[in-house]
Design a protein around this ligand. Structure first.
Ligand SMILES: Nc1ncnc2c1ncn2[C@@H]1O[C@H](COP(=O)(O)OP(=O)(O)OP(=O)(O)O)[C@@H](O)[C@H]1O
Ligand SMILES: [Mg+2]
Length: 280
């Protein structure tokens, strides 16, 4: 029996307002299986972030979108701002590439995470502090970092704070948009392992965005490959890595040292790729 899905996206199309012919995301449809990690992989500008932002209706006001977003039987595309606010940060949480843009420099990190908790639960300040300190230790930050300001932490610690904030309300779905890109390689691996472990522990569904097939190989159950606003290939990650069908997926996989370690890495030849795609 196929795994139950927690989120369904049907025919999502995004374009700048009144420019229907300029499709930044073009008729994208997919399911997220419950308690699994799905990666969206694709190069810069392929529409990964716009797809993720449209799930929680956080697209820029210069853009418009069409299509259905169904989360746990709720039609998110039909909800108003107030209804969406109660879902964002509680049932669906998001982590972005650069934690400095999400953290407010004038408040302590502990205060900011506890506010995220208090926004959705009736708790005393003291109870919220205790739960926040526990969330910090769960992501590998000492509880006494509660009173630090964001600029007093390292990049890796700030991203852990963002993960603690995302996890504090025990979301059913975590959307992580390139959360490790700004970090150095060893810290990247630690943050990736942390998300992977938290996902397993809480049986959470994760939508993880990356341009790196190496990350897909590490963590993904399912993968969606995006190219120029479209999903060109999707399915079980292991099968696609072993036997890619689409020319773009094949080209992307040839850029990964860990997978084709004995072969020379090949940069993508876009002219050749377009010719191959025209034959499909
Ligand atoms: N507000 C906007 N107005 C017009 N075009 C936009 C807007 N936001 C994004 N775009 C365009 O939409 C396309 C997809 O953007 P998106 O941010 O989804 O790419 P991405 O796949 O996340 O890339 P990256 O890996 O660089 O983050 C890009 O060509 C981008 O220039
Ligand atoms: Mg992006």
């Amino acid at each position: 029996m196929p795994t139950e899905s927690i989120l369904t996206v049907n025919h999502l199309t995004i374009n700048p307002i009144k420019q229907v012919e300029n499709k930044l995301v073009n008729d994208v449809s997919f399911h997220l299986p419950k308690a699994k990690i799905t990666c969206i992989v694709g190069e810069s500008g392929s529409g990964k972030s716009l797809t993720a932002l449209s799930i929680v209706k956080l697209l820029s006001s210069q853009l418009e979108s069409l299509g259905e977003i169904i989360f746990n039987q709720k039609k998110l595309h039909e909800l108003n701002d107030k209804q969406l606010r109660s879902i964002r940060g509680s049932e669906i949480a998001m982590i972005f590439q650069d934690p400095m843009t999400s953290l407010n420099p004038v408040f302590t990190v502990g205060y900011q995470v506890s506010e995220a908790l208090l926004a959705h639960h009736k708790l005393t300040k003291n109870e919220a502090r205790k739960l926040t300190e526990k969330a910090f230790t769960d992501v590998g930050i000492p509880a006494d970092r509660y009173d630090n300001y964001p600029d007093e932490l390292s990049g890796g610690q700030r991203q852990r704070v963002m993960i603690a904030m995302a996890m504090i309300n025990k979301p059913k779905l975590l959307i992580a948009d390139e959360p490790t890109t700004a970090l150095d390689v060893t810290v990247q691996k630690q943050v990736l392992d942390l998300i992977n472990n938290l996902q397993k522990k809480h049986q959470m569904t994760v939508l993880f965005i990356t341009h790196d097939f190496g990350v897909v190989e590490d963590i993904a159950d399912q993968v969606l490959v995006m190219y120029r606003g479209k999903i060109v290939e999707q399915g079980v990650a292991k099968s696609i890595i072993k036997n890619p069908k689409h020319p773009y997926t094949k080209a992307l996989l040839k850029c990964i040292p860990s997978i084709h370690s004995k072969k020379t890495l090949q940069p993508i030849d876009y002219l050749k790729l377009e010719r191959e795609m025209a034959k499909l």
